[in-house]
Design a protein around this ligand. Structure first.
Ligand SMILES: [Zn+2]
Length: 420
């Protein structure tokens, strides 16, 4: 076969795979192996976020060296800037950003719909009180409107009007070229009424069907490109019947023999309900497909989710808080700008195997933050990302070795102990 013939062949769903390699005694938590055209991911795994095709302030070589197996970028941000055509022309996300391993893109649904609710104001995970579908954050303009076919939104960059539909999201994500993509879903908040949640998950299911059909069409049309897996996204907020139904419906979604390659566990999840809600979904979803839980990185959440069968996670938090001088350690989080570190020449965390801790002191990193030097962000981010990636790696080992519960008790006991 000539190389021309090889490259003119369309990719197939068989180019993506997942196998479960060990299971916890509860039958839900597991370790596994995801295979993509750009490499394998041992799960559970923490996926480092590079929103705009860069992990802020850190070189891709360093991201690899700190142990990240894959990077997740944001379809919405890359759609606005520099645009999917340019990333496609560059050879896809991985090539464009010089990351050789597997890549993920989210659908853009979260960011688009967040504009409608006043981003980061009412999308809190622990909202209680009155439910109202029209609630928006005080002083915010509603910048996104949902209809049956898609969402109209105003660009936060320049105020221009745009429209995302399931087909647009698929087209954008195919051009971005990540190994794992997510179906376009409607994000609801815990403030939405149950009535609206019912309506919304029915719409998300119709959109999922359209995403799958468009995904198949684009895969067959874009011959010679590596296969990009598509994950359906489960919504349903805090309602057991809605979560279970949405999971079953997505698992059964099919378009001319094609099905979802995996699933995203989406939506606002209250911390105290996280394990319960992930359990409902894990019990309904097929065991032989991976599950990605969107947006968690706190140690207690990671243990809770791994225990009940979530396989991969992503979150901006380790790098975001690093840029605010917050440092994760096995003994909890602290702020490196505190004056008690002025003459502290020990590493950010004793015993940490990251590049920052091997080479720099608390006194130096504190100095960089106080002097507003850019290297402060880089060094703190490397440590926090390494902390999070390593923690999930250790969870994976503990599931394999049969000491998950001991490790969980010991690690969480130490991390959350009250300091006197
Ligand atoms: Zn470190």
């Amino acid at each position: 076969m000539t190389s021309f013939e090889a490259s003119s062949k369309p990719a197939s769903q068989e180019d993506f795979g997942f196998e479960v390699t060990a299971t916890l005694s509860n039958g839900l938590g597991r370790t596994g192996l995801i295979s993509t055209p750009h490499g394998k991911i041992e799960t559970p795994a923490f996926i480092v976020v590079g929103t705009k095709a860069t992990v802020k302030s850190v070189l891709p070589e360093t991201v690899r060296d700190l142990g990240a197996q894959a990077v997740l970028a944001n379809a919405f941000h890359l759609y606005l800037q520099p645009g999917p055509d340019l990333v496609d022309e560059a050879g896809g996300l991985g090539k464009f950003m010089n990351w050789q391993g597997p890549t993920f893109t989210d659908s853009g649904g979260f960011q688009v719909l967040s504009l409608g609710a006043g981003f980061k104001k009412v999308l809190a995970m622990d909202v209680t009180g009155m439910q109202n579908d029209e609630v928006i954050a005080e002083g915010k303009e509603r910048k996104a409107h949902v209809d049956e076919d898609g969402v109209n939104f105003k660009s936060p960059l320049d105020g221009s009007m745009h429209r995302f539909t399931p087909e647009v999201s698929m087209c954008v994500q195919h051009k971005l070229g990540a190994d794992i993509m997510f179906a376009f879903d409607e994000l609801t908040t815990l403030l939405n009424t149950r009535e609206y949640q019912v309506e919304s998950i029915a719409r998300t299911q119709r959109w999922a069907q359209r995403c799958l059909a468009e995904h198949k069409r684009l895969t067959l049309e874009r011959k010679g490109k590596p296969y990009q897996a598509l994950f359906g996204v489960v919504q349903g907020a805090q309602y057991e019947d809605l979560r279970r139904k949405a999971s079953r419906d997505l698992a059964a979604t099919e378009s001319d023999g094609w099905t979802f390659d995996g699933f995203g566990l989406g939506g606002a999840l209250e911390k105290h309900n996280l394990a319960k809600i992930v359990t409902w979904m894990a019990q309904e979803l097929p065991d032989n497909k991976p599950r990605h839980l969107l947006g968690i990185s706190e140690p207690d959440d990671l243990f809770a989710a791994c225990e009940v069968g979530a396989d991969t996670f992503d979150c901006v938090n380790p790098s975001r808080v690093a840029r605010n001088a917050a440092i994760y350690t096995a003994d909890g989080r602290y702020n490196i700008t505190n004056s008690r570190f002025r003459r502290d020449f020990s590493p950010l965390e004793e015993g940490c195997d990251c590049y920052t801790c091997a080479n720099y002191s608390r006194a130096y990193v504190r100095h960089l933050f106080k002097a507003k030097e850019m290297l402060a962000n880089t060094l703190a981010t490397i440590h926090n990302e390494r902390f999070t990636v390593r923690l999930v790696d250790q969870i994976r080992s503990s599931i394999r070795n049969g000491d998950f519960y001991e490790f969980k008790g010991e690690m969480l006991g130490r991390f959350y102990q009250k300091k006197s």
